[in-house]
Design a protein around this ligand. Structure first.
Ligand code: ADP
Ligand code: MG
Length: 680
C-alpha cells in the first residue's frame, strides 16, 4: 500500500521520466502530489445554450455532433478538422487544428461538452475547444500549475489515482476535532477530495476555506514556536538607560518616532526574556541612529553588540557611520568583519571581539561563523531583514547568551502583511522623517525625452551636485558586465563628456566597488552609473538626481528603494523614471511612484497590483511559500488562524498532546523544507 511518503514513481501512470518532471514542480511524494492544489478551475458544470453563450469569453456549451469531422489539408503539416454540433438553440461550427487525436473520437449523433471561446453572431464558431463526452464531462475541472512536458489533464489523472491509493489515510486529520468544529471547517477527506474534484462551487469554497485556514495555522504555529524558542530567560539584563547620555553628543535631536523606538527597545532589554523587535522605517528615517543609541545603552551596561548587513558595502558604511556617531565615545570600539579581510586583519578583529576590547562588531554574514567568539554578546542587530531568513535570525539568537535582537527593515510592508511575515516579532515603526528633508519630485518620461533629461542632469552637475543613473537591465545574450560597461562608456563619451563618470556593478571585486563608492561619496565622481547594487543603504547627501532606465522592469518596492538614494540632504532632489512601457500595470506602477513618496502607500499599492506572492521578489525572508492562501482575499481567515494558533500555543506550547501530534509534525515539516532553501 502506498503512503503519502511514498515516491510518486510508484503511482500508476508515473515513470522515471514523468517523476523527474514532477520533481520540478516540487512533487516528490504521493503526499506532495495531493498537496499540489489547482491554480484555477474550468467550470464545465455551468452549461449555456449556444445561442446565449457570451461571445469572446470562455464558457461551456453542450451539443450533438451533426457529422464526424472532415479533414482538410491546408498545406504541408497543417490539417484542419471541421464539424458542427447543435443544441436546441443553434448550430455551432467547430474547427480543430492539427488534432487528429481529438477529431477521431467525435462520432455523429453523440453529445459533447465543448469548452472554449465562441465567436460570430448568428453563425457561431469555436476554434480548438476542449471536448469531453457529455455524460461524464459536466463538472468543475482543476487546472494545475505546470511545467513543460506535463499537462493539467495528466496531473488530474494521477491525482485521482493518488487520492484512491491514500483513501485509508484521508481520515487522519491534523486539525483536532474540537478546533475543526469551532471553526466550522470540513474534514480533511472532504477538503482534499473537493479541492481537486469539486462536486460544485459551494463544495469547492468549503474545501478551500479549510485548506487556507490549515496553511495559515501551520505558518503561524511555526512562527510562534520560533519566537517561543527565543523566550528562554536571558542573562543579558540591561539595568541602566544611557539614551540621554548618547543623545547629548548627537549633532541632531531624535525625532519623536526615533525616541519612541529607542524607548521600546530599552524597555524590552530590561525584561527577563530577550527582545525580538522589528524596527521598520522608510529609507532615510534614521534607523541607524536608533540602533546606535540602543547599542550604546547595551554597551554601557557591559555587553557587546553585533550588526549584520546584507552586503559588504553596507557593512562598511555602517561601520563608518557608527564610528562617526561614537566619535566622542572613546570607550566604544566599532570593529569590522567581512569576507574580504586578510587573514591577519581577521584574526586581529576576532581577538578583540573575544577579549571584549571591541564592543561593537559590524559585518556581513561572516559574523555568523563559528570562529567568532564574543566575550559577552548582548545585542544582535540585523539590517535589511528581508534579506535574511527566519532561520538565520534564529541561528544568530542562539549564539551567545540569548542576546536581544533588533531587526531593521527599510521595506515598508503593509501592516497586515507584517503580521504574517513577522508574526514572531514586536514592531516599532519610524513613521516620521527627520526634519529639513525636501521631498523628492518624481517624473516618468519615455525614451524620446531622454536627451532632455540628460540636459537636466547636467544642469545640476554643473552646480556641483551629483547623480545616479541606474542602467538598463541586461538584454538576452549579453552579460551584465558588458552591458553596464558599454552603457557607461556611451554616457561618458556622449552626453556626459567632460564629467567624471564612475561605474558600479555586481561583478566587480569588493575592493573596486568600494573604491568607486568612496570616489562618489567624496565627490571625485559626479555621475555614478550603476546596476541595482546601489539599491540598499548607500548614503551620499550631495547626490540629488536618480535616473532609472527601464523603470517598468522594477517592482514598486525596488523603485522606492532606489529613489531613496536621493533626497538625503538639504538640496531638493528629483527622480526620473524612463520607460516606454505600454501595459496598464506598468503605467499604473510608475504613476504611483510619481504621486507619492510614502513607503507604506507604495507598499499597499504594490500589494494590490502584484499580489503578495511577488511581494518580496526573491523568497529570502525564509518563510514557506503559500500554496493556497491569498493574503489579499484571505485576510479574515489569517486573523482567525492567528487567534487559533495563539490559543493552541498557549494551551500546549510544544504541541505535545496526542491530539496535536499530526499538527506538530506538519509544522516541523513545513519549516524544515523552507530551512533548506532559506539558509545560504
Ligand atoms: P535609514 O537607515 O533609516 O535609511 P539613516 O539612519 O541612514 O536612515 O539616516 C539617514 C540620515 O539622516 C543620516 O545621514 C542620519 O545622520 C540623518 N538623521 C538620522 N536621524 C536624524 C534626526 N533625528 N535629525 C536629523 N538627521 C537625522
Ligand atoms: Mg540605513
Amino acid at each position: 500500500m502506498l503512503t503519502s511518503d511514498t515516491s510518486v514513481q510508484y503511482l500508476k501512470g508515473v515513470g522515471e521520466k514523468r517523476a523527474a518532471l514532477l520533481a520540478r514542480l516540487g512533487i516528490h511524494t504521493v503526499g506532495d502530489l495531493i498537496g499540489h492544489y489547482p491554480r484555477q478551475y474550468e467550470d464545465w458544470s455551468a452549461v449555456v445554450p449556444i445561442a446565449e453563450a457570451p461571445r469572446g469569453e470562455t464558457c461551456c456549451v453542450r451539443g450533438t455532433a451533426l457529422s464526424a469531422p472532415v479533414e482538410r489539408r491546408i498545406r504541408k503539416g497543417l490539417s484542419l478538422y471541421t464539424f458542427s454540433v447543435a443544441d436546441a438553440t443553434a448550430v455551432l461550427r467547430v474547427t480543430l487544428f492539427n488534432n487528429p487525436y481529438t477529431a477521431q473520437k467525435i462520432k455523429a449523433g453523440q453529445a459533447y461538452l465543448l469548452f472554449g471561446t465562441l465567436t460570430g453572431g448568428r453563425n457561431p464558431e469555436i476554434s480548438s475547444p476542449l471536448i469531453e463526452p457529455a455524460e461524464t464531462g459536466a463538472r468543475i475541472r482543476p487546472i494545475y500549475p505546470l511545467t513543460a512536458g506535463l499537462t493539467s489533464r495528466y496531473l488530474e489523472k494521477i491525482t485521482a489515482a493518488a487520492l484512491l491509493e491514500l483513501d485509508a489515510t484521508l481520515d487522519r486529520d491534523l486539525l483536532p476535532d474540537t478546533l475543526r468544529r469551532e471553526q466550522k471547517l470540513c474534514t480533511r477527506r472532504y477538503a482534499l477530495g473537493n479541492i481537486h474534484f469539486p462536486a460544485d462551487r459551494e463544495a469547492l469554497e468549503t474545501a478551500r476555506r479549510r485548506l487556507v485556514f490549515e496553511e495559515l495555522l501551520l505558518l503561524q504555529l511555526g512562527l510562534l514556536s520560533i519566537k517561543g524558542r527565543s523566550q528562554a530567560e536571558t542573562a543579558v539584563r540591561v539595568h541602566n538607560d544611557y539614551t540621554t547620555d548618547f543623545c547629548a553628543s548627537l549633532p541632531f535631536t531624535l525625532t519623536g518616532a526615533q525616541q519612541r523606538a529607542v524607548a521600546d527597545c530599552v524597555a524590552d532589554m530590561r525584561r527577563a526574556i530577550p527582545m525580538n523587535r522589528l524596527l521598520q522605517g522608510d529609507v532615510g528615517s534614521g534607523k541607524t541612529a536608533v540602533a546606535a543609541c540602543v547599542a550604546y545603552t547595551a554597551i554601557r551596561n557591559g555587553w557587546q553588540c553585533v550588526m549584520m548587513a546584507p552586503t559588504e558595502i553596507l557593512a562598511r558604511q555602517h561601520q563608518a557611520s557608527l564610528q562617526r556617531l561614537f566619535a566622542d565615545k572613546p570607550n566604544v570600539r566599532v570593529g569590522l568583519l567581512t569576507g574580504s579581510l586578510t587573514k591577519a586583519q581577521k584574526n586581529k578583529v576576532l581577538e578583540q571581539v573575544e577579549s571584549g576590547e571591541c564592543q561593537f562588531l559590524v559585518g556581513t554574514h561572516a559574523v555568523l561563523s563559528e570562529a567568532v567568539q564574543f566575550a559577552a554578546l548582548g545585542l544582535v542587530i540585523t539590517d535589511e531583514q528581508h534579506r535574511f531568513g527566519v532561520r538565520q535570525r534564529a541561528a544568530l539568537a542562539a549564539k551567545g547568551m540569548h542576546p536581544h535582537l533588533l531587526v531593521m527593515s527599510a521595506t515598508p510592508i503593509p501592516r497586515t502583511l507584517a503580521l504574517m511575515v513577522y508574526g514572531d516579532l514586536d514592531v516599532s515603526v519610524l513613521n516620521e522623517l527627520p526634519p529639513g528633508r525636501t521631498p523628492i519630485e518624481t517624473y516618468a518620461i519615455d525614451t524620446a525625452k531622454r536627451e532632455r533629461a540628460y540636459g537636466y542632469v547636467r544642469k545640476f552637475l554643473d552646480e556641483g551636485r551629483q547623480a545616479y543613473v541606474v542602467c538598463p537591465l541586461v538584454e538576452e545574450g549579453e552579460t551584465d558586465l558588458v552591458a553596464a560597461e558599454a552603457y557607461a562608456r556611451d554616457l561618458a563619451n556622449g552626453p556626459f563628456k567632460g564629467y567624471t563618470v564612475g561605474l558600479l556593478h555586481g561583478k566587480m571585486k569588493t575592493k573596486d566597488k568600494e573604491q568607486v563608492m568612496r570616489d562618489f561619496s567624496e565627490g571625485r565622481l559626479s555621475l555614478l552609473v550603476s546596476t541595482t547594487v546601489v539599491e540598499v543603504g548607500v548614503d551620499v547627501p550631495n547626490a540629488v538626481l536618480m535616473v532609472i532606465e527601464n523603470a517598468e522592469r522594477f517592482g514598486l518596492a525596488q523603485l522606492h528603494q532606489l529613489r531613496g538614494r536621493v533626497g538625503r540632504g538639504k538640496h531638493a532632489s528629483t527622480c526620473i523614471l524612463i520607460s516606454d512601457a505600454q501595459n496598464a500595470e506598468a503605467i499604473r506602477r510608475l504613476k504611483v511612484m510619481c504621486e507619492t513618496t510614502d513607503g507604506f502607500k507604495i507598499a499597499d499599492a504594490d500589494l494590490q497590483l502584484r499580489g503578495p506572492g511577488d511581494f518580496f521578489g526573491d523568497r529570502q525572508h525564509g518563510l514557506p511559500e503559500l500554496r493556497i492562501a491569498d493574503l489579499l482575499s484571505d485576510m479574515e481567515l489569517l486573523h482567525e488562524a492567528q487567534a487559533a494558533a495563539r490559543a493552541l500555543h498557549e494551551a500546549d506550547p510544544s504541541l505535545e498532546k496526542p491530539e496535536h501530534r499530526l499538527l506538530r509534525e506538519a509544522v516541523t515539516a513545513l519549516f524544515t523544507r523552507t530551512g533548506e532553501q532559506g539558509l545560504n
